[in-house]
Design a protein around this ligand. Structure first.
Ligand code: XIL
Length: 376
């Protein structure tokens, strides 16, 4: 039990949180995050892989019920779309679009330019010919091809992902990605202008991690760097509409989401930008305690983060990085040393809502009296 866990006397109240109902019995109704978010004019959704949705009818029903917004977890990344030079596979990305259309959900495109998820042929090409002309045409062709194909069907794009890296020691804080190395900081302008031309109606976002915690010095520094960057990009007239904050939260540290985070979001909003929470989860790899204790603590972290974030009206969407613990990349990427299954998401492996699902609902403003008492 950590200092920020709910009071143990209240455990009994939480025992009922597994039921698919919220509110007092008289007004009980299904927990539906999609509708709860929509009531506040916002979108709630999740990242999905097409094969898990298609191959699992119960999971598909959960995604359909809970998500008004879908992100392809991997299907729109460069390595998925162009496995070999000149070879394109749009099938998985098309299937995500079809799944979204079938359930009336919007799509958040992820991501056009990233220093990771590059196919090996691309890495080799960037190494063998890093001339500005060659690199520019690789980037521009890719953005045109992908954003152009899905033109009109994408609500928002993460145009460039993970652009800031302090360890790369540039005065402007930019990551020394292959794109930056070849094209200089103007690669950002080129990426956004190309995306805008390819799909004029998609909201174009810059995405990054490490902007969440008030008590982490490098994250506070990263917020300042990001604000400078966004100001500079806006002043230069770039077609940028949004900031995506990934929201990968940690189960083994206190939820330090206070005035620092709120001020940062306010300043981003003051630039006329929308904000998306684009990859929300709580990493429980290093959390101690029973499953019930871990779930309660995770719920508290979700709640505190989303309460701070949703206080800012510019935050238009919240996307979980997966929906159910049945399908989460954390299983392999952040396995627990005790061998227990990881539980980073709002729904458990049986697709039942965990306290975190109720915490998300509560943060969106759903009246959830017993749980609310628990977490105050
Ligand atoms: C991750 C996926 O979840 C994994 O399935 C994949 O193997 C690697 O990428 N930041 C991002 C996401 O922007 O695209 C990453 O997704 C997680 C970190």
């Amino acid at each position: 039990m950590t200092a920020f866990s709910p009071h143990p006397d209240r455990r009994a109240l939480l025992a009922g949180a597994g039921a698919l109902l919220v509110g007092r019995p008289a007004q009980a109704r299904p927990l539906n995050l999609r509708h709860i978010a929509a009531r506040g004019g916002r979108l709630y959704g999740a990242a999905i892989e097409p094969q898990t949705v298609e191959g699992d009818p119960a999971f598909r029903a959960l995604v359909q019920a809970q998500c008004g917004l879908l992100t392809p977890e991997n299907a729109m990344k460069w390595n998925a779309i162009a496995p070999a030079s000149g070879v394109f596979d749009f099938a998985p990305a098309d299937r995500v679009i079809a799944i979204a259309q079938a359930q009336g959900a919007a799509v958040h495109g992820h991501c056009l330019v990233w220093h990771e998820a590059m196919p090996p042929w691309l890495e080799a090409a960037l190494r063998s010919n890093p001339s500005p002309d060659a690199v520019r045409s690789l980037m521009v062709d890719h953005i045109r091809r992908v954003a152009g194909r899905y033109r009109g069907r994408i609500r928002s794009w993460d145009v460039v992902n993970e652009v800031v890296e302090r360890n790369d020691l540039r005065p402007d804080g930019l990551r020394r990605s292959p794109w930056l190395q070849a094209l200089g900081p103007d690669y950002l302008a080129l990426a956004f202008q190309t995306a805008r031309a390819a799909d004029p109606h998609a909201r174009l976002a810059l995405a990054d991690y490490g902007l969440e915690y008030d008590d982490e010095p490098w994250m506070r520094e990263k917020r300042a760097t990001m604000l400078h960057l966004l100001r500079r990009l806006k002043a230069a007239g770039l077609p940028i509409d949004a900031l995506s904050i990934q929201g990968h939260l940690l189960g083994d540290r206190p939820p330090a989401f206070g005035s620092g985070l709120r001020d940062f979001l306010r300043q981003v909003a003051a630039l006329g930008l929308e904000i998306h929470v684009s990859e929300l989860d709580v990493n429980d790899q290093k959390m101690a305690g029973s499953v019930a204790e871990r779930d309660r603590t995770s719920a508290l972290i979700y709640r505190r983060f989303l309460e701070a974030v949703l206080a800012e009206p510019a935050v238009r969407s919240v996307t979980s990085w997966g929906l159910s613990d049945r399908y989460t990349s954390k299983t392999t990427m952040f396995a627990r040393t005790d061998g227990a299954p990881v539980r980073p998401l709002p729904f458990d492996r049986d697709l039942a809502p965990k306290p975190s699902a109720f915490a998300i609902a509560a943060a969106f403003g759903e009246v959830l009296r017993p749980l609310e008492d628990e977490w105050r």
